[in-house]
Design a protein around this ligand. Structure first.
Ligand SMILES: Cc1cc2nc3c(=O)[nH]c(=O)nc-3n(C[C@H](O)[C@H](O)[C@H](O)COP(=O)(O)O)c2cc1C
Length: 166
């Protein structure tokens, strides 16, 4: 795993997260959690390169996102879909994700969690977090489709402060 420049990356940002899936992780060596995501974005905002991720309030990862200044967006190498399935269907409340994910935790220079199986890790410093209030939706059908059960997303925008690739 070595530090890289974002300018060296060449992938389609529209389909990278959607099709490959990623992990969002937050916490420390002693206490971290992660979950699978397929919604999110990467781009430019506030003169910075950023990622945006959406974490529902019911997720254990939500607590970790709230309580930490950094999160990592992690893309695993091919062959790790089973781990992504598990981490996307089981909560850290029902399994020990630190020890039982089948992945090998490693930590970035910034002390953020990632995995030896990662092909790309984006270390993000939280810049903004906010809920998505009902009254702000201009498309009512979309709201009903995605939030009928009231389990709302919190949006996190984070500055990419380091990128690691393998
Ligand atoms: C392909 C896939 C994509 C997912 N994308 C998201 C997402 O973007 N946001 C979200 O809140 N949950 C998403 N989930 C669900 C969480 O990963 C899942 O609820 C997970 O078990 C939460 O774990 P936790 O409670 O340990 O945080 C996704 C699940 C899968 C399988």
């Amino acid at each position: 795993m070595k530090k890289i420049e974002l300018s060296s990356l060449s992938f389609n940002p529209f389909f990278k997260i959607r099709d490959q899936w990623a992990l969002v992780a937050a916490g420390s060596k002693e206490n971290f959690n992660m979950m699978t995501v397929s919604w999110g974005g990467m781009g430019e905002l506030w003169f910075k390169e950023v990622t945006t991720v959406y974490v529902r309030k019911s997720r254990l990862t939500h607590e970790f996102m709230e309580n930490n200044d950094y999160y990592t967006l992690i893309f695993l190498k091919d062959g790790n879909k089973k781990a992504l399935q598990t981490l996307g269907t089981k909560s850290g409340r029902d399994m020990n994700k630190m020890t039982d994910s089948g992945l090998t935790p490693v930590f970035t220079e910034e002390g953020c969690p990632t995995f030896a199986e990662a092909e790309l890790t984006l270390v993000c410093r939280k810049l903004y977090h906010g809920d998505l209030p009902r009254e702000s939706f201009t498309d009512d059908a979309l709201f009903e489709k995605c939030y009928a059960d009231g389990d709302m997303h919190t949006m996190y925008i984070g500055e990419i402060v380091a990128a690691y690739a393998d």
